[in-house]
Ligand binder design. Structure first.
Ligand code: TXA
Ligand code: MG
Length: 337
């Protein structure tokens, strides 16, 4: 695996981007940063290239990939027709962390959509992703660049840990910004449906297009999610994680109970809560919800087997970006207390 460390020196980046684009055009896989998490890219029109993504990640074959494009014009080349509200959403939120599920016109390889008649497309807002897409001038299929089941990578180092030796290249530009993946929104019907909460919040969407639904399966374990990827276990840390509802006092009482059992306890919480707690290891996620979101996946990856016996994690209000954070934490948790 070739790893390019990108710097502010644009002439150096140019060489890296040219080499990465050439690998992609030749049917190889290259990981690259987006504003949400790193993606593992391959030529979305090349079935063999796309198959390499599934193999490297150990990804279930029935889980479709997102096609990444640089511009609205390129997005339009992959779909059949566009509801009026999608036009509005594209103009306001792209480039940005929003993925549109639309009727596919078949321009991408069939394994990108895992055989579905719809395709997920997004226009990422990261200078490296944008430059790479322009250098290649093809749509790039790109799921998160992690081993399936692990937290998505928010640094080049996370990608390296998971995929070194399994992919052709890694454009390492350091930490991403948002920290959780894009919002996936089904735009095949009159009223859009959020299939996966993410970087663009329900509140932001509703401000532009009015009522937006949320896939009921996200709140109800017995229903089948409309997005294939949402049914899989995901974001699992190496050590069991309990999601604790309630304040610092309640978290501390769980820590104390674990200490009585001689368990070493790791904690993940926002800065203000962290300051009130006594545990063996505490990772503070930051001062506000944007910092909490940006640092979440790194925290989930940092606790290793042997360090602690159990991770206790604070719950956050389910509004704004908190909806995406809590969706991921529920998936990461083995128990909710
Ligand atoms: O922020 C992101 O979206 C990142 C960066 C790399 O762009 N990508 C990402 O991809 O998170 P991935 O593959 O890890 O998650 C894509 C999600 C999955 O849950 C998948 O099932 C869903 O989008 N998806 C893709 N195409 C779909 C479709 N046609 N219909 C329903 N769900 C779809
Ligand atoms: Mg993923």
């Amino acid at each position: 695996t070739k790893r390019w460390k990108l710097t502010n020196d644009t002439s150096y980046n140019k060489l890296a981007l040219e080499e990465a684009a050439e690998l992609l055009l030749n049917g190889s896989t290259v990981a690259f940063p987006t504003e949400t998490v790193y993606g593992l890219g391959a030529d979305a029109t090349n079935k063999e290239a796309v198959a390499k993504i599934f193999k490297a990640k150990g990804r279930p074959q029935d889980n479709p990939l997102i096609a990444h494009v640089a511009t609205k014009q390129q997005l339009l080349q992959l779909v059949d027709n566009l509801p009026v509200y999608v036009d509005k959403l594209i103009d306001i939120f792209t480039p940005g962390p929003l993925t549109f599920v639309l009727p596919s016109n078949g321009a991408c390889a069939e394994n990108v959509t895992a055989g579905l008649s719809t395709i997920g497309i997004r226009i990422p807002d990261h200078p490296v992703a944008q430059a790479l897409l322009k250098y290649c001038n093809i749509p790039l299929a790109a799921p998160s660049a992690n081993i399936s089941g692990k937290p998505s990578p928010t640094t080049g180092e996370h990608v390296w840990t998971d995929l070194n030796g399994k992919i052709a290249g890694l454009l390492d530009a350091g930490p991403t910004g948002v920290g959780v993946e894009s919002t996936v929104i089904d735009c095949t019907q009159d009223i859009p449906i959020i299939l996966r909460p993410g970087g663009i919040t329900k509140e932001q969407l509703e401000e532009v297009i009015g009522t937006t639904m949320v896939d009921p399966a996200l709140a109800n374990k017995d229903e089948k999610p409309k997005s294939p990827g949402m049914k899989y276990t995901h974001y699992s840390p190496e050590v069991p994680l309990w999601l604790i509802e309630g304040d610092a006092v309640r978290i501390q009482s769980h820590i104390d109970q674990e200490h009585i059992k001689n368990h070493k306890v790791g904690v993940i919480a926002a800065a203000d809560t962290s300051a009130l707690l006594n545990a063996d290891e505490i990772i503070s996620l930051g001062e506000n919800m944007n910092e909490v979101t940006a640092n979440l996946y790194d925290a989930l990856r940092r606790f290793k087997q042997g360090d602690v016996d159990i991770i206790l994690c604070e719950s956050f209000p389910e509004e704004g970006i908190g909806q995406a954070v809590m969706n991921r934490l529920r998936k990461a948790a083995s128990e909710i207390k």
